[in-house]
Design a protein around this ligand. Structure first.
Ligand code: PMP
Length: 289
């Protein structure tokens, strides 16, 4: 496996960054997780846009144009001869001293890793997932805005630890007001009375690219109303259907939350249709390599 690192393709074992990199010392950097299906990179433009927006907020200069970055990603995929891949793009602040000052870091590091994708077992997509709500609250948008996809994922990792400690793989995080925000690595949706609802970005949510695609499919193909609005755990427990979305996970039906059975305790019809439509879309749309 070859890793792209600052203009070179190096074997995995040789691809290294400095221990003085502020990405390592402070989580100072940004990343994206992208997928390709049968040699089609799904939503590449959208992921690149989000990467550059995250970097812009951190005043982190990416030493390639967006077009160059897209080309490098495609080259990395070709080099590794991957048909279906998970692509991780990382831009870290680069080497500095032991202080925080990003101005001392002159060379941002660009790393692209492409690998095979590990999914939830197929059974989860057929039978649904049980999740819980965890105590750790999602970051305040005014402190560390979840819309910045930064290398600092500790908020999510703390929630993941709490989920795993209780025997669950995924968990709902509430925001500081007690409204549902998202899961540790996925967005959350509920369906009630032919309406698909997800919390808005200002509920402390990363604006998901899969979520955006799902909202479009729900409205244009399934004919559902689509809303971005705050909701509580009450709304989750009493929803007809619940599911999660993310680049790696795609669309995951949820059948139990905090011990409460959702709907009939199996993936709902709308959720199953969305999974089907989403899978069709990924085989036709994307940047070919
Ligand atoms: N929320 C969080 C916290 C995430 O890490 C992710 C995965 N990137 C998502 C939501 C889903 O976003 P996307 O559909 O763009 O992968």
């Amino acid at each position: 496996m070859y890793v792209f690192i600052n203009g070179e393709f190096l074997p995995k074992e040789e691809a290294k960054v400095s221990v003085f990199d502020h990405g390592f010392l402070y989580g100072d950097g940004v990343f994206e997780g992208i997928r390709s299906y049968k040699r089609l990179v799904f939503k590449l433009d959208e992921h690149i846009e989000r990467l550059y927006k995250s970097a812009h907020i951190l005043m982190l200069r990416i030493p390639y144009s967006k077009e160059e970055m897209k080309k490098i990603i495609i080259e990395t995929l070709k080099k590794n001869q991957l048909e279906d891949a998970y692509i991780r793009v990382i831009v870290s602040r680069g080497e500095g001293d032991l202080g925080l000052d990003p101005r001392k870091c002159k060379n941002p590091q660009v790393v692209i890793i492409t690998d095979k994708i590990v999914l939830y077992p197929e059974e989860i997509y057929k039978k649904g997932l049980s999740i819980i709500t965890v105590p750790t609250r999602r970051n305040l948008t005014e402190s560390l805005n979840p819309q910045i996809k930064s290398l600092n994922y500790l908020n999510n990792i703390l929630a993941k630890i709490e989920a795993v400690n209780c025997g669950y793989e995924e968990a709902i995080m509430l925001n500081h007001n007690g409204f549902v925000s998202e899961c540790t690595g996925d967005n959350i949706f509920i369906i009630r009375e032919n309406t698909l609802i997800t919390p808005p970005p200002y509920a402390s949510v990363l604006r998901g690219i899969t979520a955006h695609t799902v909202m479009r499919l729900a409205s244009q193909v399934l004919g559902l109303s689509v809303q971005e609005s705050f909701f509580t755990r009450y709304d989750v427990y009493t929803a007809e259907e619940v599911f999660l979305t993310g680049t790696a996970a795609e669309i995951v039906p949820v059948v139990k939350v905090d011990g409460r059975v959702i709907g009939e305790g199996k993936p709902g019809n709308n959720t199953l249709r969305l999974i089907e439509e989403f899978r069709i879309l990924t085989t036709k749309e994307g940047v070919r390599y």
